[in-house]
Write a protein that binds this ligand. Structure first.
Ligand code: NDP
Length: 253
């Protein structure tokens, strides 16, 4: 369908090499976009890009550490040099540290906030400046169900993700006049490297998640791809500042 067609669009996906980021990268590429996979470990990014290329899709890898301002500037400049523009930015890179609130250290706080919130803001700013010059752009920030509800033993992570929801609204408000749409996706519990070992070691937590989800299963990374394509496409041109929860109904009750 033409309104979802991303042919000719250039999309950056931070942390696009695995998990939810890779599913989103593949979804955008299947819709026609050229995807820039931007994560820290260059060889993993290259491998992910190669697997998309092998499927007849368009992708390149450019290393990025979202905690480094210089790295954000370098990656953005390289994309513009290579492709001449940036149409879509998916801010997906994220980390979690699970602790009781009373046990978090200042170092934990900085690590989580620098990646999930500070890194996201400055990726938006750097790429947003380019989108302003172009007069159009789509930014999609990956939040979480914990952007809107609390969960035990991941308090600082949840605070960072609540920040993602408001960062999204703030930028959407300021940048609407540049025709830049800024929206967020909030996945529910989804099996990826971020929680695979933890959920294996804590099957009771996995079961509690499933019990809480009306659709009766936890998420698959591919569950987020459709919403990302929608928010990246012309089909969502009048939608901005919104958070779409993809959680099998977890936050209904
Ligand atoms: P993964 O651990 O599988 O992927 C995280 C990705 O982020 C990797 O590609 C990693 O690549 C990249 N990354 C981490 N730090 C940086 C950094 N400093 N700079 C650039 N890239 C970085 O996790 P998920 O796929 O599960 O998570 C993706 C997003 O979805 C995150 O924002 C997460 O918070 C969110 N989310 C996940 C949920 C889940 O249950 N899985 C639920 C709700 C939200 P590399 O290490 O090479 O840099």
């Amino acid at each position: 369908m033409k309104m979802f067609d991303l042919s000719g669009r250039i999309a950056i996906v931070t942390g696009g090499n695995r998990g939810i980021g890779f599913s989103i990268s593949r979804g955008l590429a299947e819709a026609g976009a050229t995807v820039v996979i931007a994560n820290r470990h260059a060889e993993e990014g290259e491998k992910a890009a190669a697997s998309l290329l092998g499927a007849g899709l368009k992708a390149v890898a450019i290393p990025l550490d979202v905690t480094s301002d210089a790295s954000i500037q370098k990656m953005t400049a390289e994309v513009v040099r290579k492709f001449g523009k940036i149409d879509i930015l998916v801010n997906n890179a994220g980390i979690v540290i699970r602790k009781k609130a009373e046990d978090y250290t200042p170092q934990d706080w900085e690590a989580i906030m620098n990646t999930n919130l500070r890194g996201m803001f400055f990726c938006c700013q750097e790429v947003g400046r380019e989108m302003m010059r172009q007069g159009k752009g789509k930014i999609i920030n990956i939040g979480s169900v914990v952007s809107v509800v609390a969960q035990s033993e991941r308090g600082v992570y949840a605070i960072s993700k609540a920040g993602v929801a408001h960062l999204t609204r703030s930028l959407a408000l300021e940048w609407a006049k540049y025709r830049i749409n800024v929206n967020a996706i909030g996945p529910g519990a989804t099996l990826t490297d971020i929680n695979r070992t933890y959920l294996k070691e804590h099957p009771e937590v996995l079961q509690a998640f499933i019990n809480d989800i009306p659709m009766g299963r936890i998420g698959h990374p591919d569950d987020c791809a459709g919403a990302a394509v929608f928010l990246a496409s012309d089909a969502s041109d009048f939608i901005t500042g919104q958070l779409i929860l993809i959680d099998g109904g977890m936050t209904i009750h």
